[in-house]
Design a protein around this ligand. Structure first.
Ligand SMILES: [Zn+2]
Length: 295
């Protein structure tokens, strides 16, 4: 390896998949280099020095060698053992899986610096590992904030279309948040004012408000966050249906043939297979009988 340029960085492991007999490709969200896919050689051998350190959710310090196509991980040290905390609890695990997948989806370009996404993910994983708040609240806060970092901050006060000061009563996914009576299209959600307050608190990190919210407002907020996220991602997040939360008002539709395995490893990309999951929730929502999303 003489003469091969090396670099160090911190990263969260987003995903891994097999490569050849003993290697893995590790998808990382790094602090300084954005999303990076790198090869970890020999990690599937039982004698591997750092195989176990490169599990999804692991927060690691890495040394990498610049490769011709993919960089090669030459050293890995655990910085925080978040993976252990997640694997010990199914609710945390599925919540973390949804976060990792969102982080990957929202960092569209490989190697484009995404330090804010990295910091947001690390903070959310820490909060989840420490049990700082209800996992569902941590996830919704993470989703809203990462959408904001990606440039899709929803408005929970002023009208998202014309800017007229709030509070307004209607939430329109496609318009980007709360919307005034003049701008209101057909088929918008009419959430409770407490739900809108909760959403705003989750976006800005006012945990004293979020932690004391009522279950029905949390459920309603989760439905709106899911719809909003899907609108922007244009196709369903694979991990969200597995998240053990309140019965969601809006479910991500999963095709019949899709395997509900909970493996974070080794799943392959089927990038063109989920086109049928495109679903616009604005005005096409499920009637749950709870009046969360009006038709
Ligand atoms: Zn308006």
């Amino acid at each position: 390896m003489v003469g091969v340029p090396l670099y160090v960085d911190e990263a969260v492991v987003l995903r891994t998949h097999k490569l050849g007999e003993a290697d893995r490709i590790i998808t990382l969200l790094t602090r300084h280099h954005g999303r990076v896919r790198a090869v970890a050689k020999g990690v599937r051998r039982t004698t591997s020095r750092f195989g176990a350190r490169l599990e999804p959710c692991s927060y690691v310090e890495l040394q990498l060698a610049v490769g011709r196509s993919l960089d090669v991980i030459t050293q890995a040290e655990i910085r925080r053992p978040y993976a252990e905390a997640m694997y010990a609890d199914y609710g945390r695990y599925t919540t973390a899986a949804a976060m990792l997948e969102t982080a990957e989806r929202l960092t569209v370009e490989e190697r484009e610096p995404a330090t804010q996404h990295f910091l947001l993910l690390v903070a959310a994983l820490r909060s989840l590992a420490e049990g700082a708040h209800d996992p569902s609240l941590i996830l919704d806060s993470y989703l809203l904030r990462s959408l904001a970092v990606a440039g899709y901050a929803p408005s929970f006060d002023a009208c998202a279309r014309c800017g007229t000061g709030g509070p307004h009563r209607a939430f329109a996914v496609a318009a980007g948040g709360m919307i005034c009576a003049d701008c209101r299209p057909a088929g918008v959600a009419m959430p409770a004012p407490e739900t809108v307050g909760l959403l705003a608190a989750l976006l800005t990190g006012e945990w004293e408000v979020a932690d004391t919210s009522m279950d029905r407002h949390r459920r309603e907020a989760t439905g709106l966050v899911s719809a909003y996220l899907q609108w922007h991602l244009e196709r369903g997040l694979r991990s969200l249906p597995h998240v053990e939360r309140f019965e969601p008002e809006i479910r991500v539709r999963v095709s019949e043939d899709e395997h509900h395995d909970h493996e974070l490893h080794d799943h392959e990309h089927h990038d063109d297979e989920h086109e049928e999951h495109h679903e616009r929730h604005d005005g096409a929502s499920h009637d749950t009988g709870r009046g969360v999303i009006s038709r």
